[in-house]
Design a protein around this ligand. Structure first.
Ligand SMILES: [Zn+2]
Length: 849
């Protein structure tokens, strides 16, 4: 069990480790219940560190022997590690430990998945493998020997030799222990090669379980595209002779960027047209890119300590977003990213889990792999680029790579590079890293004698531990349109630095219509009452695709709020304006599909709360359904033509063009199913030759209450494919009505294929329940109870996944007092368990605070 009184770690307490490591050599003798790990580490005193005891992290490892310079020593062992007297100068530490990968269900350190050995060390998993200074600022070269009768034995770096029952690897690049990886198993590879622009010939492999070889081609293409893109756009080349990717079924996260040996959740790499949707393909492409890009932003330049996590994650998410924008549609990508940010990061930033992009304290770092660190972290990089311009950004990045290659760096180092490259003072900008919460911008307009003045006021509400907020630097992209729809002032980047600030546009012949926060130039909320006619005008005329989408989205939101609060009828003016967009064949089908999407029910609950109302999940559900019915009826004449878009007359390809057409066709089919009881969906289901069409049809059938047959057919067709069966499980819960969702989820947890120890399967059912807004928030608390029951069951086995899923309860404060009481009771029931993990205890403590 973990320690009962968890320690809080503070950024301000940082101190360097007292020793440097010259090199590490590890030998693994693999056995499921008793793996022996021998380590030989050359330590030398670190002259930059204060005096300290020699302490090595180590958890759940049994020390068999230890020696210093060949002489046996007896260290003092604690639950967190060991302490030992050491010589004044350099010395060689040797230790042998025993670990049990087969009983490691937390999936941190060395564990087993489907008969193979694999590792996950970020953030603090290496200490479950052997005693070591398990902190990112201790970097060393590693030599690894693996002894096992498994046919494939992999570790970081380049192969250094192999024979019957053993293999050796050497990684010449100094790295922190969190980037260590080892894989041993009966694996098949999908091989390829890549030549870097300086001529290095790199062997590429994707390693999978036998039977999955046919699902690797897309991941391999994505890898090669990523390697080329990083050379072209950032001037970054790959630096080893081999790059290996391994697919693992049991994995807490999406994927991990271990040096030269990326380990992926199989859901984030395996794809074929028959088994993966267009959305899966796009996600795989971006995750492969993300992990590959870490080779420079994360591995060559790593983080000094875990408070700096956004240094590698914010930047790398930003880079993978740029990559997808370049390969696909920049406008569609921006809209999707902002929708994600609002769905995942805004609720976090506006509730009890709010924390700065660079947190200042934590108990369990695993709880800070959050939307704020990743997605808001990426928004901060985007703002920086917008403020300094593309050229200066490129110059600053070159300087960053030159200056910090091989370093464990900080946010201060990162910002210093921009100050040196551009001459700008970024001390105020730095607040984006230290100040939590989403700034809200209110706007006052003035029109006089040809001068149009916009006055902005910024306010950020108090967040936990931060009652007072200072003004932030906010880049506000604004364009102005004339009343006849022409753009009279093209996009201009206003730089707001004060709490209240005005910007004037002179020499205008008529009062303009403003298009504010184009491209979502900053992660803020705009508080601006805009007449519906003005939004409809922007929906029709704005040259900025993001704001065009935003206008429609705002109109939809206003219409839904009126339906929820006042029982109003659906807004036909908006629906007709939307209809003109849908009929416009000059517009990208993917963009039109996004325009058809309604605001999420969770977003509506948040807006209602902000407006002082208590959100009723049932009323929100009813209004959303009524709106979708109204869209279906109004658009009926064009639905068949739109649905026809999905039948692409070419071999299947998950590219932007084809997937955009299928997305629009799928959205039309969903509306069609509201009118025909699922008849067209049934036909599409039967004719489908790819997963995108099959799954979109099945979703429609479930919603139409006509899926009994199709669900059985789908199950029989795919019961041997774990990733497709995750979809089968998840979809039934996601598409269930509010009255049934909890019961459907409960029934599925009794299905023989519900392997709850597998994080993907657990999330497919319980994660889908948490995302089904009205179903999870069922008035009698059945949704809350079911989730809490399962979190209690999972916590002793897998604290990391349990703690993350507790965030389903993070918005408890916005609902009525009955639901609040029910949610708090479940949280308290979880918190009261004996031996609750540090991860889960911290999350519940923060959610209830
Ligand atoms: Zn990452």
């Amino acid at each position: 069990m973990k320690d009962a009184a968890p320690q809080t770690v503070y950024l301000r307490d940082y101190n360097p480790f007292g020793w440097r490591i010259e090199d590490v050599s590890l030998t693994f003798k693999l056995a499921p219940e008793a793996t022996r790990v021998t380590s030989r580490i050359r330590f030398a005193p670190n002259p930059d560190a204060p005096a300290q005891d020699f302490f090595l992290h180590g958890e759940d490892v049994t020390l068999l022997r230890a020696s210093i310079d060949g002489a046996e020593v007896t260290p003092e062992i604690t639950p967190q590690g060991l302490r030992c007297a050491v010589p004044d100068g350099a010395f060689t530490w040797e230790a042998e430990v025993e670990i049990a990968p087969a009983s490691n269900t937390a999936l941190e350190g060395l564990y087993m998945s489907g008969g193979m050995y694999c590792t996950q060390c970020e953030a603090e998993g290496f200490r479950k493998i052997t005693y070591y200074p398990d902190r990112p600022d201790v970097m060393a070269t590693f030599t690894v020997r693996i002894e096992s009768d498994m046919p494939v034995l992999l570790s970081n770096g380049n192969p250094a030799g192999s024979g019957d029952g053993w293999a050796e690897w050497h990684d010449p690049w100094p790295k922190p222990a969190y980037l260590f990886a080892l894989v041993a198993g009966d694996l098949r590879n999908h091989p390829d090669r890549f030549t870097t622009r300086s001529g290095r010939d790199v062997e590429l492999n994707i390693w999978v379980r036998p039977g999955d070889e046919g699902k690797c081609a897309w991941g391999m293409e994505a890898l090669k595209k990523s390697m080329t893109w990083d050379e072209d756009v950032y001037g970054r080349e790959y630096d080893l002779d081999v790059f290996n990717i391994v697919a693992v079924d049991d994995f807490n996260m999406g994927a991990m960027e271990n040096k030269g040996l990326n380990i992926f959740n199989s859901a984030a790499v395996l794809a074929s047209p028959e088994t993966a949707t267009d959305a899966n393909f796009e996600r795989i492409e971006s995750i492969i890119a993300h992990e590959y890009f870490h080779n420079w932003t994360g591995n060559r330049i790593t983080c000094r300590d875990w408070f700096q996590l956004c240094l590698k994650e914010g930047l790398t998410v930003f880079r993978d977003q740029q990559f997808t924008s370049d390969l696909r549609s920049a406008a569609v990508k921006r809209i999707e990213d902002v929708a994600q940010l609002r769905a995942r990061q805004f609720p976090e930033d506006q509730g009890p889990l709010s924390h700065p992009v660079r947190p200042e304290s934590f108990q369990e770092i695993n709880n800070f792999y959050t939307a704020t660190v990743y997605e808001k972290g990426a928004e901060v990089i985007g703002m920086l680029k917008r403020l300094v311009g593309d050229e200066a950004y490129a110059k600053a990045l070159d300087l960053y790579f030159d200056r910090h290659d091989g370093d464990a760096a900080t946010i201060e180092d990162w910002l210093q590079v921009f100050e040196d490259a551009t001459g700008r003072d970024l001390s105020q900008f730095k607040r984006w890293y230290s100040q939590a919460g989403t700034p809200r911008l209110s706007i006052h307009e003035d029109w006089q004698d040809g001068t149009y003045t916009l006055t902005f006021t910024q306010v950020t509400k108090p967040t936990p531990g931060q009652p007072d907020k200072a003004p932030q630097v906010i880049p506000i992209a604004v364009g102005l349109l004339s009343p006849n729809g022409d753009e009279v002032v093209p996009t201009r980047m206003l730089e707001m630095t004060e709490g209240r600030q005005s910007f004037a546009f002179e020499g205008l012949s008529a009062r303009p219509v403003p298009s504010i926060l184009r491209g979502f130039s900053a992660p803020v909320v705009l508080d601006r009452e805009v007449p519906a006619e003005e939004r409809a005008f922007l929906l029709a005329h704005d040259t900025d695709p993001f704001n065009r989408w935003e206008s429609s989205r705002s109109l939809a939101r206003e219409a839904l709020l009126a339906m929820i609060r006042d029982g109003a009828a659906p807004d036909l003016a908006w629906i007709d304006a939307l209809g003109r967009v849908l009929r416009d064949d000059t517009l990208d089908p993917a963009f039109r599909a996004l325009m058809l999407g309604l605001p999420s029910q969770s977003e509506l609950a948040q807006v209602l709360h902000e407006k002082g109302a208590t959100p009723d999940p049932d009323a929100i559900y009813v209004a959303t359904e009524a709106m979708a019915d109204a869209l279906a009826q109004r658009f009926e004449p064009m639905l068949d033509a739109l649905a026809e878009q999905a039948r692409v007359d070419a071999p299947y390809a998950p590219d932007a063009e084809q997937s955009g057409k299928r997305a629009l066709g799928g959205a039309a089919l969903a509306l069609r199913s509201r009118l025909d009881g699922g008849e067209a969906a049934q036909a599409q289901f039967e004719a489908a030759d790819n997963m995108t069409l099959q799954l979109s049809a099945l979703t429609c059938l479930i919603r139409a209450g006509a899926a009994d047959l199709a669900l059985g057919v789908f199950h029989d067709q795919w019961q041997d494919d774990r990733l497709v069966m995750d979809k089968w499980f998840g979809l039934q819960v996601a598409a269930a009505g509010p009255a049934e969702a909890a019961a459907v989820a409960e029934r599925l947890t009794r299905h023989p294929a519900f392997d709850w120890k597998n994080p993907n399967r657990f999330r497919a059912v319980l994660g889908a329940l948490a995302m089904n807004h009205a179903g999870f928030h069922r008035k009698d608390g059945a949704g809350y109870r079911l989730l809490a029951d399962w979190l209690i069951k999972l916590d002793p086995l897998n604290p990391q996944t349990t703690a993350r899923m507790c965030s389903a309860f993070q918005t408890w404060w916005r609902y009525d007092s009955d639901r609040q009481a029910l949610m708090k009771a479940e949280l308290e029931r979880i918190a009261a368990r004996d031996g609750l993990s540090r991860d889960t205890a911290e999350m519940i403590g923060r959610i209830l605070s």
